[in-house]
Design a protein around this ligand. Structure first.
Ligand SMILES: *[C@@H]1O[C@H](CO)[C@@H](O)[C@H](O)[C@H]1NC(C)=O
Ligand SMILES: *[C@@H]1O[C@H](CO)[C@@H](O)[C@H](O)[C@H]1NC(C)=O
Ligand SMILES: *[C@@H]1O[C@H](CO)[C@@H](O)[C@H](O)[C@H]1NC(C)=O
Length: 419
């Protein structure tokens, strides 16, 4: 009798705690969502709903787990790990392992999961704001078994890291995350608790976070959870390539870096409409952002020679015009299979416009070129004057007058050959 009563009491405390932490989480999420309007809750709900509808697999496993939770409040971290381990085994069942292709030996799940001493495929995207990295990040996350380290440098706000004093700290954090080491990452984890978009893009983590918010930001959960995953992706928009190159120098990290470039006229036009950008020189000043593009080019030239297998650069415009071919090329570079689930993602995300400003559902053939119609010609001229070298190096053509832009202006020159 006493035993049953104390058990009920514990359950009650459990319910109250979980409900309270959920409310606190919701409160902060709502409070802060205005700041980065591109990550509105509405959009997260849309993409979540989309996943549910598109993917019966997630749907069924999730409701299955919901049952587990509502029926039993004494679920432990170990239970969640066991559940996810089984999920991953199912998800990876039909995955095509590299088995020697693209310079990767891995033949099965154990060869890739850190918890079994395997070396995961580590795929990093280096880019800058409004350059298509959300889209490409979601392409990688459409692969089965992927754990997505989304924008780990969000805590640095709207700045670029080009050198001291923040570069070593930033690189150290990225390396730790890529190794699933969440110790001494308080700043990052505290930021996540009040800005849930740090984790929502990592769908396979968020599935558990919204069921078990009490585990979500604890290193003792995150570390073993992360180590279950055979594919690890990361996208970063606040670190310039010459600094990110340090990840390649550390060969034990086994990482591949893709630099994603966009026409400065395109990203500057897009940034004008984001509340967090205007007024931050690293984001809205054409001279500064185009110096970054030049610096990235110089770094890319060196890296392409030094690390032909583990470094590659692509343009967002080329990716958008040929999403299937370019995605195939990108995945091949990363040593990843072009899985059916990626094809399905492209089918549903490149053919029509759905959702808000940061929605990745776009008509991909027109999305990169909106600026030709929407940016006033005097602003285009100002950007072109500030960005002459950057545009020349990356193969973007200047418009010579306003009327040229009205006639299906093609801003693309051949992409630079680095090798
Ligand atoms: C609740 O979950 C725990 C841990 O998985 C298990 O040992 C226990 O038997 C479960 N209780 C019920 C009532 O299902
Ligand atoms: C980056 O460096 C500056 C100057 O030292 C410092 O004020 C700032 O707090 C640093 N940012 C982070 C996120 O550490
Ligand atoms: C605009 O530029 C194009 C390409 O240089 C040129 O062919 C055209 O004559 C120009 N039009 C006007 C109105 O200057």
């Amino acid at each position: 009798m006493i035993h049953i009563m104390s058990r009920n009491k514990i359950n009650l405390i459990g319910i109250v705690t979980i409900t309270l932490s959920f409310c606190v989480l919701l409160f902060f999420a709502t409070k802060n969502s205005n700041y980065y309007d591109e990550y509105t809750k509405k959009e997260n709900i849309n993409s979540f709903r989309h996943n549910k509808l598109k993917n019966n697999y997630y749907y069924s496993s999730e409701s299955q787990q919901q049952q587990l939770v509502t029926q039993n409040l004494s679920v432990t971290i170990e239970d969640v790990l066991n559940f996810q381990r089984q999920q991953l085994a199912d998800e990876m069942q039909y995955y095509e392992y590299p088995n020697g292709r693209f310079g990767v030996d891995a033949k099965n799940l154990r060869d890739l999961t850190p918890e079994t001493g395997g070396a995961p495929m580590r795929s990093v995207i280096i880019s800058t704001w409004r350059s298509g990295s959300t889209f490409l990040g979601d392409v990688l996350n459409a692969l089965p078994g992927n754990y997505y380290h989304y924008e780990p440098l969000l805590t640095y706000d709207i700045v670029q890291i080009r050198g001291p004093p923040n570069d070593s700290k930033a690189i150290k954090s990225l390396k730790k995350l890529l190794r699933c080491d969440y110790t001494n990452m308080q700043e990052y984890l505290e930021f996540g608790q009040t800005h849930n978009y740090l984790f929502t893009h990592n769908t396979r983590l968020w599935n558990q976070c919204h069921l078990f918010p009490n585990f979500c930001y604890q290193p003792k959960f995150l570390e073993p959870y992360c180590k279950l995953f055979p594919l690890q992706s990361m996208k970063v928009v606040r670190l310039r390539l010459k600094i990110a190159a340090r990840l390649l120098e550390d060969t034990s990290l086994n990482v591949r870096i893709l630099l994603l470039i966009r026409d400065p006229r395109g990203f500057l036009q897009s940034r004008k409409h984001r509340v967090w950008c205007p007024g931050n020189a690293d984001c809205d000043n054409p001279n500064i952002v185009c110096k970054d593009l030049v610096s990235d080019y110089k770094a890319a030239e060196k890296l392409a020679k030094k690390y032909p297998m583990t470094f590659k650069a692509v343009r967002y415009e080329d990716l958008s015009l040929s999403p299937y071919d370019m995605t195939q090329e990108v995945l091949q570079f990363y040593g990843l299979a072009f899985d059916d689930r990626v094809a399905e993602f492209l089918d549903t995300h490149t053919k029509q416009n759905v959702g808000g400003v940061s929605s990745t559902f776009r008509d991909s053939k027109s999305a990169p070129f909106h600026w030709t119609k929407e940016l006033p010609y005097n602003e285009i001229q100002y950007i072109q004057d500030s960005c002459k070298l950057a545009m020349k190096l990356w193969g973007y053509k200047e418009a010579s007058n306003a009327s040229e832009l009205l006639k299906n202006f093609n801003p693309l020159l051949p992409f630079p050959e680095f090798n």
